[in-house]
Structure formats: structure tokens, C-alpha cells
Design a protein around this ligand. Structure first.
Ligand SMILES: Nc1nc2c(c(=O)[nH]1)N[C@H]1C(S)=C(S)[C@@H](COP(=O)(O)O)O[C@H]1N2
Ligand SMILES: [Mo]
Length: 391
């Protein structure tokens, strides 16, 4: 005889099987609103960062304000990090809805008509949840410089961003009546005595978790927060007071001999070759400009060097040229960058030879690196050996 329990009717759970009063539509709507704001800011700042890194730009990315990218990319990473606890709480409040019965397919005609909108809504939620988790996970891993994947981070993160934001818009449209309703009424506490935290304290704790996540990382960009930023990536100092993303050793650029180093500036078949002394003999300009990494950290530096446009002028190029910058670094993707005319025309764009008044540390790009205002750090090429002027 079968044991007693196996004869009990087994029913799949339904949303009502989850009895916690915290699975409340109002809590979900409130956390959803915060999450929607975080995702919106993250998406827009992400578009800016993606465009800034496009080698061919129909409209050149502006070189002012010099701190613009520092702010937008700081916001991108910070809102992404704040979204992590918000998404976890949001998913927890709504997961019982996964167990809602689908409408019956019989009779077929009416059944399909009933099922289609439900399937579309569930489909958009599947894309939204999968996309959100993918974006936050890959974004965090990228910030930590951990790339266990084969795909290109930037193009994949960009494509999935559109998918996710599209699914988010569908989701908001579907839930609009519920969102309206929840905005009209405050989130009221369930009767006391229940064996769990109240809805309000869940919301408070969620807000605190998001704020802690932000404070623990924002110090990579906001110096005043540095001491509390235990999760900050590269928020500490590096040589000459500026953090280092990739060291000379990691890039395989070691033992550069200042006596034999040459910078070649080329335009068509014209070429000029300059020694380090020749570069130091040109007019030296000092500018305060930030390094703002796509990973979210940023730091101010005082750079001294030659205006890039002066070097381009040596081969007869003018300010509306595009410049391909090449590094001594042989391997890796960051050895080459394209500098748009908007940056070349800006007087603050330098081939820097010094930082904080001393020759560049090898890790900051000795003997020479590009530094331009309002540019993603990844394009501020270090160990520059060749400038190719296209125009
Ligand atoms: N040749 C080369 N230049 C490079 C890199 C690199 O890996 N190779 N990293 C870039 C990145 S991602 C950043 S954020 C800045 C960091 O500059 P820093 O190390 O001097 O702070 O350098 C950029 N220049
Ligand atoms: Mo970077």
C-alpha cells in the first residue's frame, strides 16, 4: 500500500499560497518606481557612454564640460549598483504571481484570444527579468575587471539595454492602472502582530540598502565619500595621486628608453619624428582634467604637455582632422583610439608628458599619453608612439 501522503491531491501553488502581507502590489509599485528611475538614468547615461566610445561619430562628442563624462558615467555605475537591492526586493515581492494559472485554451478560438495578451505580458516580464539580471551582473563584473565571457562587453551590454528598456516600457504600460492606484494611496501597514516586518519597514530597509550600496561605491568618483567606499573599485591612490587602470607591466610596455623613444606624427606621406627632448622643447601647457573610467571611478589630474593641435600642425593638419592615436602597447584592445575633431580643436587636449609636475609614471603612460576633456578614460591612450592625422 502506498504511504498516506502520496494519496493526498497534489496541487501546484497559486499566488494565494504565499501568505506574507509583504507580497503587496503597493510595495511592488513603490519599489518598482525607484527601480524604474534607476534604470532610466542608467539607460540614458549608458547611451552617452556608448556614443562617446564610437570611433565614427556622425555628430562629434562635445569636449565640454570637461567633467561631463565623469558625472554621467559616475551616475551610470551608481544607479546600476543601487538597482541591485531594488531588483532583489522587487522580484521577491512579486514572485508569487509566477504561479498564477494561465487561462484555459478551450475552446481554441476564444482561448487563444484570452491567452495572447497574458502570454505577451509574461513574455515581456521574462525579457525584463532576464535582461535586468544580465545587465546588472555584467556591469558589476566589468567594474571589477572580471571578464569571464567571450563576447564583446560593450556591444552586448548595449544591445541588451535596448531589449530591457523596451520590455520595461511594455511592463509599465500594462501596470499603469495599478501604479496610478498605488500612488493615490499610501502604503499602509498591515495589522500589527504578524510575525514579519511591516510593509513600511520593508520599504525603509530597501531604501537603506540602496543608499548603502551607493555610498559604498560612490567614493570612486566623489572624493568626500572615499573613506566609506569599501566596495569602491580603484578608489585608492595610485602613483602621482591618480589610480591606475592597467599598469605598464600588465600592458607589456616596460623598459621604454627615453633616449631612443620617438613620437611619429604622420599625415599622408608626411612624417615628423620627435624625440622626448624635442617634445619637451615645444610650448608646454598645464591643464586640470579628470580621468573618468567607464568602470565608474574617476580622479582629477594636473597634466602638462604639448597641445595636440600643435603636433598635428607640424605635418600641416588643421583642427577639423581626425587623429588615430597608437600606443607602444602591442596587445589588448586599448592600444589604439580615434580622436574626433571636437577634441583636437579644444586647447585643453594634450599629449601629456607630466602629471603633478613630474614626468609621467610608467603606469600613467610614460613617456607620453593623450588627455582630453570630457572623454571616457578608455580613450585616454597611454604610451603614445604614433599620431596618424586623417584629413
Ligand atoms: N595603451 C593603453 N592606454 C590606456 C589603457 C590601456 O589599457 N592601454 N587603459 C585606459 C583606461 S581603461 C583608463 S580608465 C585610463 C586610465 O588611466 P590611468 O591608468 O593613468 O589612470 O587609461 C586608458 N589608457
Ligand atoms: Mo577605463
Amino acid at each position: 500500500m502506498a504511504p498516506e501522503s502520496s494519496r493526498l491531491p497534489v496541487r501546484p501553488p497559486s499566488p494565494e499560497s504565499f501568505t506574507s502581507a509583504l507580497h503587496s502590489p503597493r510595495v511592488a509599485a513603490r519599489v518598482g518606481l525607484w527601480l524604474g528611475i534607476a534604470f532610466g538614468v542608467c539607460f540614458l547615461t549608458g547611451l552617452i557612454s556608448h556614443y562617446a566610445q564610437e570611433p565614427a561619430q556622425p555628430v562629434p562628442f562635445p569636449s565640454s564640460p570637461s567633467w561631463g563624462y565623469r558625472v554621467t558615467q559616475g551616475l551610470h555605475v551608481t544607479t546600476g549598483i543601487a538597482a541591485v537591492p531594488l531588483l532583489l526586493v522587487k522580484l521577491w515581492t512579486v514572485y508569487p504571481l509566477l504561479f498564477e494559472r494561465l487561462p484555459s485554451l478551450r475552446p481554441l478560438g476564444a482561448g487563444v484570444r484570452r491567452l495572447a495578451p497574458v502570454a505577451a505580458e509574461r513574455g515581456s516580464i521574462a525579457v525584463l527579468v532576464a535582461g535586468s539580471i544580465f545587465q546588472l551582473a555584467t556591469g558589476l563584473m566589468n567594474s571589477a575587471q572580471w571578464y569571464p565571457w567571450e563576447f564583446s562587453f560593450r556591444s552586448t551590454h548595449y544591445a541588451v539595454a535596448w531589449l530591457t528598456i523596451g520590455a520595461l516600457l511594455v511592463h509599465v504600460a500594462v501596470k499603469l492602472p495599478l501604479i496610478r492606484e498605488s500612488r493615490a494611496a499610501p502604503v499602509e501597514d498591515q495589522p500589527a502582530g504578524a510575525d514579519e516586518p511591516s510593509r513600511r519597514s520593508l520599504l525603509r530597509a530597501t531604501g537603506v540598502a540602496a543608499a548603502v550600496a551607493v555610498l559604498a561605491t560612490a567614493g570612486s568618483t566623489v572624493p568626500a565619500l572615499r573613506r566609506v567606499s569599501v566596495l569602491g573599485v580603484r578608489s585608492g591612490d595610485g602613483p602621482q595621486g591618480v589610480p591606475v587602470n592597467r599598469s605598464a607591466e600588465a600592458a607589456g610596455v616596460t623598459g621604454v628608453d627615453p633616449a631612443t623613444y620617438r613620437l611619429v606624427v604622420a599625415r599622408g606621406d608626411r612624417e615628423v619624428s620627435l624625440s622626448l627632448d624635442a617634445l619637451r622643447g615645444m610650448e608646454q601647457v598645464t591643464e586640470d582634467l579628470p580621468i573618468a573610467c567607464v568602470e565608474g571611478w574617476s580622479a582629477m589630474g594636473t597634466w602638462t604637455g604639448v597641445r595636440l593641435k600643435e603636433l598635428v600642425a607640424l605635418v600641416g593638419g588643421d583642427e577639423d582632422a581626425e587623429v588615430v592615436v597608437r600606443s607602444l602597447q602591442q596587445r589588448g584592445a586599448f592600444g589604439t583610439s580615434v580622436l574626433q575633431p571636437s577634441f583636437l580643436a579644444d586647447d585643453r587636449t594634450l599629449l601629456a608628458l607630466a602629471l603633478s609636475g613630474a614626468p609621467l609614471d610608467p603606469d600613467h603612460g610614460f613617456p607620453a599619453r593623450v588627455i582630453a576633456p570630457n572623454r571616457p578614460g578608455v580613450l585616454q591612450t597611454k604610451w603614445v608612439t604614433r599620431l596618424e592625422v586623417r584629413a
